[in-house]
Write a protein that binds this ligand. Sequence first.
Ligand code: NDP
Length: 293
Amino acid sequence: MEKNYRAELTGVFGDPVDGNPTGVMEEAAYRALGLNYRYLTMRVAAGDLAAAFAGAKAVGMAGLNLTMPHKQTIVPLLDGLTDAAERIGAVNTVFRDGSRWIGENTDGKGFVRALKLAGTDPAGARVTILGAGGAARAIGVECALAGAAAITVVNRSEAHGRALAEQIAGRTPASAVWQPWDGLAVIPAGTDILIQATSVGLHPHGEELPDVQLDTITPEMVVCDVVFNPVRPRFLQEAAARGAKTVTGIGMLVQQGALNFELWTGRRAPADVMYDALAREFGAQEDARGDHH
Ligand code: NDP
């Protein structure tokens, strides 16, 4: 049989993108399954997206991730969107369906998968989300689609906060409200799942805390953070100190990466391999593993 030297290409377009760690876990997964796939981390400026995407099609790439500033501007270039991407209004993953290029959003699905693997089901839950940016949007919509009963969006900017609450209430079966955030936020009593979805606490500011009245976190709550570097930002440490169960952002990162892998290769992703590759990269503590199994 003739040998096939042609690699299947995947990768990410973004700007800035140099610090994006996704390639580490995707390449580890490709190697683990012996697939001749590559994942390239590519800096594509905002004005170059159409040309770069035309190039991706011309060389027959197998799939792509999109990060800032391309998550919305890619939409008109695509042949279709999944239901979730349509409701979230942003795309982080593009895959091929025959000759069609379809946009999906795996951030929120990855979050819900990681949450369930950590033993918490959002069905019926009262969820409070800090932040209303891209990550909060994907998480809020997917938690609602996974059956969350009510969602409170706590956000500084009224426009962003209201827009997300309206988006969830209008496009999913969950109820949703915006709670203003000036000064120390009080976490609503009765919250089952609290999600820190702002960029506060991101490396190199791992010691920074969002403005939250920490004593309103109770042992009944499951507290999640989207920040994955450091693996245990101070907010999660403070939540754990108040008896809450915590879920780290690395689980979400791994699970959204695993969903991408499955869309591009049609194979089940080796999530353990992907987790270990990232944990090595960030020098993660073993104790963070618990929430990905
Ligand atoms: P965006 O820029 O879209 O949104 C940032 C949000 O954080 C906004 O709602 C903003 O509020 C809020 N915010 C920023 N600073 C503060 C502050 N000091 N106090 C209160 N609120 C603040 O970012 P993304 O949503 O794309 O990313 C957010 C984080 O999620 C990043 O750390 C990113 O690395 C992480 N992430 C993790 C993923 C994972 O797989 N674990 C996947 C995707 C993202 P306002 O609206 O008022 O400006």
